[in-house]
Write a protein that binds this ligand. Structure first.
Ligand code: FAD
Length: 310
């Protein structure tokens, strides 16, 4: 990544987390609907009902889905409890519609930024409800400063519930070791490149080396017959995995973010592969929109097009 892009990404993520900015947008009658319209290129909407309706439609078309209630770094205990309760309500409604799918969450949304035990207990509650409803829970991976805590909570929770999966970031140098320690646990491992900026002593940048590491991780999991999710939009990487026959593995899912490369995912689905769409919803769509633009600045154009096109 060039230095300019690093600065741009940092600035945007800082803006995204700025509470004053957030409340200004929320109170603005002009900005709020405009930005929400832009965000809808990548986010279902603000409410659970919208998310469930879209999920239902996509399931009918043959996709698997993973619903994410947007949020992270929640420091207020009541807000963490609210987020946990939202997941419980979400699963209750999904279950009433026989949607035996996945919910995705960040542990810092349900307690980790308050204290680790809260996150652990909330995760157990969510996993228990998911288990009763034959659903799975996928944990996102956050900044490397949180990786140890997230893995510790995951390992503790998965000793009670086998329906929890975990995300591993290929760009982190530590991930090779982490995978070795996770492969004997039952949960699905979602392999991503990594969305956070990390120092060069901890991570490697987007490169062929990173793609080769990605392939190596996926291959290891396939050889171990372990449930794996390949979460990427990188067409070159996807072609390579397809050529190697990875997608024929019954326990492999190809997972993409809503609104990013739907054409590619549709083509893969038409070949009979397991294709999953990550569907984010919630009032914090602004944070999610900023993340997507920071990650891929061209998304600013896509979001604006969404506003301009009648
Ligand atoms: P890249 O090399 O970044 O991109 C390859 C190509 O894909 C680009 O050239 C472009 O054509 C397209 N593309 C990629 N991203 C975008 C975008 N935002 N908008 C438009 N086009 C794009 N990261 C974490 O750190 N922790 C997580 O828990 C996590 N969970 C994820 C869950 C899912 C289901 C997915 C799909 C991603 C998740 N990520 C997570 C993000 C991930 O780490 C990457 O930052 C993101 O997927 C972009 O990387 P890429 O593999 O698509 O490849």
């Amino acid at each position: 990544m060039t230095n300019d892009k690093v600065q741009f990404t940092r600035a945007l993520k800082t803006i995204a987390r700025n509470e004053q900015m957030k409340s200004y947008i929320q109170q603005s009658n002009e900005l709020y609907p405009l930005l929400l319209k832009a965000a809808k290129r990548f986010v279902i909407g603000e409410h659970r009902q919208e998310a469930i309706a879209t999920a239902k439609e996509l399931i009918t078309k043959g996709y698997l889905i993973s619903l994410d209630y947007i949020g992270e770094n929640t420091i207020d205990l009541k807000e963490c409890q609210k987020a946990k309760n939202e997941y419980l309500h979400l699963m209750e409604e999904m279950s009433s519609l026989s949607m035996q799918q996945t919910v995705s969450l960040d542990l810092s949304h349900i307690g980790l930024s308050f204290d680790a035990e809260t996150a652990h207990l909330h995760l157990l509650e969510i996993a228990k409800a998911a288990k009763l409803n034959k659903m799975t829970v996928m944990i996102g991976m956050e900044e490397s400063s949180k990786t140890d805590e997230i893995l510790t909570i995951y390992k503790k929770a998965t000793s009670q519930y086998d329906n929890i999966g975990i995300t591993i970031q290929t760009h982190l140098l530590r991930s090779n070791n982490d995978i070795q320690n996770l492969v004997d646990l039952p949960g699905r491992i979602r392999i991503v490149k990594g969305a956070y900026q990390e120092s060069s002593k901890d991570a490697i940048p987007r490169s062929n080396e990173l793609n080769n590491r990605y392939l190596h991780f996926v291959e290891q999991l396939i050889e171990a017959n372990h449930p794996v999710s390949v979460a990427t939009h990188d067409e070159t990487l996807i072609k390579e995995m397809e050529q190697r026959g990875y997608f024929r593995h019954p326990n492999l899912e190809i997972e993409m973010l809503y609104g990013i490369r739907p054409d590619l995912l549709k083509a893969l689905k038409s070949k009979g592969y397991n294709c999953k769409i990550y569907l984010p919803y919630g009032k914090d769509w602004y944070l999610y929109l900023c993340h997507r633009i920071a990650e891929h600045p061209e998304n600013l154009y896509r979001a604006i097009t969404e506003i301009i096109v009648p």
